[in-house]
Design a protein around this ligand. Sequence first.
Ligand code: ADP
Ligand code: MG
Length: 586
Amino acid sequence: MTKFEALGLQQSLLDAVADMGFETPSEVQEKAIPILLQGEIDLVALAQTGTGKTAAFGFPLIQKIESASRTTQGLILSPTRELCLQITNEIQAYAKYEKGVNVVAIYGGASITEQSRQIKRGAQIVVATPGRMKDMIGRGLVDISKIDYCILDEADEMLNMGFYEDIKDILSNTPKEKSTWLFSATMPKEVATIAKKFMHSPQEITVGTKNSGATTVQHEYYVVGGRDRYPALKRLADAHPDIFSVVFCRTKRDTQKVAENLIEDGYNAGALHGDLSQNQRDLVMNAFRKKQIQMLVATDVAARGIDVDDITHVINYQLPDEIETYTHRSGRTGRAGKSGISMVIVTRSEMRKIQAIEKKIKQQFINKKIPTGPEICEIQLYHLANKIKDTEIAKDVEGYLPAVNDVLQGIDRDELIQKIVSVEFTRFSNYYNKTKDLNTVDSRDRDNRKREKGSMSGNGSVRYFINVGEKDGYDWMSLKDFIRDTASLGREDIFRVDVKDSFSFFNSEAAVTDQILNTFTEFKVDGRFVNVEVSKSPGGSSGKRGGRDKGRRRDKDRTGRRDRNFAKNSPKDSGKRRSKRRSDFF
Ligand code: ADP
Ligand code: MG
């Protein structure tokens, strides 16, 4: 008997569970599903984002409604249109083997006529944003006077967005003797008020610690000057060629501007905020889901609850005003058991906020340095080499080879490799040659450096390159363990482990360099050589600081792009593609 079966779900739903690939219920599902199935109760469930709340209410709801009847029996309120659609899709998938269940999404910005037509056809479950719901009730286009279940999803966010009055209004159109299920990541006062006012002695379940961030997320901060936020963002992206991220800004204007700048600078970026049309938002979200967009620049409201797996990094371009908001942001990564990184770009004067967040999430931030030009160049170079290695040879190339061979005649292999790599690489290194160190020293940083120095044998640490990475199933913790165990090192000997897609970097004290290099000579894992080399870039040592060189002008100029699509597109095309993308999204 699988665990899902133990929860009391009927066979048609268990079949859907199997199709979805869910093996074991998450904690909130395990707690909520049985009690929701058992009786008619009110429930307050608190669980972080990404813990599977949709299924926790979705499955019981489907099992409890009368699918033979056309009456609207369940209403789910959720804060944004994106979430509405996501929940609708998800519930439709759960109800796949349950005949005759109709789920309709209603939300602002789309045709109200079409939505009311769908409702008329008989929707047992309606998923709605509060604004549009109220509108449709007012016009008599939807009847919720007979619902048995009302679900408030992401209740904290709905209240944050000022939907209190709308919710109150909507609830006044529902029967008294229904059940209300409230799901929320956090329990601010406003949510407690709703629970008290509109619910009847609700049962409460809490998953994990209230208000704390997911533990699979590593939190990092980078201290820069206020004017260096944008160049710092670019460097973070350049240092992570496979980044798949959400970049949070505080205002719609900043969101739009940062996205535009990134696109102009050749990144695969897109903006998501409330001033865009529905159509634009759909385009951006679809492109992001397909990973055509690597950096989704978004406001908190627009990105709330969006469920895209595999987000590697959350970047806080600016810190939010509310600490709670930070928790929501960082919860976009580290989902479904994967590890993720939440990066914060801060100025020195914002350091207090970092401490406040640490207290709240009960996790320490790691103080990291914005990568220097040479470090980025090195990362890009290895990345490019790997990309070339992994590129499938295009079918049509063969016919041209004789002519190409003619052109390249007389160049030996080494030189050829150097040239191929240089095609893309030169633009990068030219760009970064002119740029300065962006890091600002903050007080904690000074302490850290003192500590680091103290523990080190004189001339600081050594940085290494190793040819395994995420592709080989490592994250920073497991790679650290692997290196340490393989080279029989002590607990503290390996640090600053940066795992990239197919390679990684790490540091050790100079004293153990020989031990590491000797261990990884002719060293094989599963028949494959694992290579460690001393990295050329300074990396581990603190590097030059405050050395603001002549190239002080803002990094507004182009990075020159770049290997990301190296395999797929000829570099010449990139300009064209850029402008096409742009008109697609803006
Ligand atoms: P929340 O609403 O708590 O933020 P979601 O309901 O959006 O979380 O679920 C997050 C992701 O986890 C979704 O992709 C969902 O399909 C997946 N998921 C939910 N339950 C399970 C489970 N039991 N096993 C595996 N994946 C699950
Ligand atoms: Mg949710």
